[in-house]
Design a binder for this molecule. Structure first.
Ligand code: TMP
Length: 208
């Protein structure tokens, strides 16, 4: 089997982290060598960049600086962790990747899509997901769930209209790349969502 790079994407409160954990357990139980990671982050330097990006104190951070920092964290993540793991034959599951930059910085912040594409090319150098699952739910519902998880970070503090643009962009990306991306209705109970994700992934890893 070809090694696989799988990403989970979606707005705040869509349940990615829980679903990533359940998917890892499912694949590990079937004998796959699987690692989980997240963006921004996944390595010590990229986690340090994450702390800057999410700190509500950095209100003055410009859209361009923000996009560059997400790309910088991704470049480190790809070079230090993702590419070597794929080369070693592992399945890599990442909580967010480049589609988040397209959605949040491209649609949310209105950074030029040409700039976003250039950043993707520099940061990933061609390491790109084989399969992406977008967990979709209304932005208001996601923000409500996220608020239950504690104090909002710098991005969660953005208004509802920002998060609605992000959601619409994720859905647009999914329509544009149907072979790579599947949208899953995340407004359902955890187990129903998890079952659908397992079915999608099992087909790709040859379990069905
Ligand atoms: P998380 O809370 O899902 O871990 O994600 C961190 C936040 O960073 C979340 O609000 C989405 C945002 N984000 C971007 O704006 N651009 C990106 O490229 C990534 C990876 C995350």
């Amino acid at each position: 089997m070809k090694c696989l790079f799988i990403t989970l994407e979606g707005i705040e409160g869509c349940g990615k982290s829980t679903q990533l954990r359940l998917l890892r357990e499912h694949l590990a139980a079937r004998g796959f060598d699987v690692i989980t990671t997240r963006e921004p982050g996944g390595t010590p330097a990229a986690e340090a960049v994450r702390a800057i990006l999410l700190d509500p104190a950095h209100k003055a951070l410009s859209s361009t600086a923000e996009a560059l920092l997400y790309a910088a964290a991704r470049a480190q993540h790809v070079d230090e962790l993702i590419a070597p793991a794929l080369e070693a034959g592992k399945i890599v599951l990442s909580d967010r990747f480049a589609d988040s930059t397209t959605a949040y910085q491209g649609a949310g912040r209105a950074v030029f899509m040409e700039t976003i594409q250039a950043l993707h090319s520099i940061a990933t150098r061609g390491t790109w997901p084989d399969l992406t699952i977008i967990l979709d739910l209304p932005a208001a519902e996601g923000l409500k769930r996220a608020a239950a998880g504690g104090a909002p970070d710098r991005i969660e503090q953005e208004p509802l209209a920002f998060h609605e643009r992000v959601r619409e962009e994720f859905l647009r990306i999914a329509r544009a790349e149907p072979d790579r991306i599947t949208v899953v209705d995340a407004s359902r109970p955890v187990e129903a969502v998890s079952r659908e994700i397992r079915e999608i992934v099992d087909k790709r890893v040859g379990l069905r």
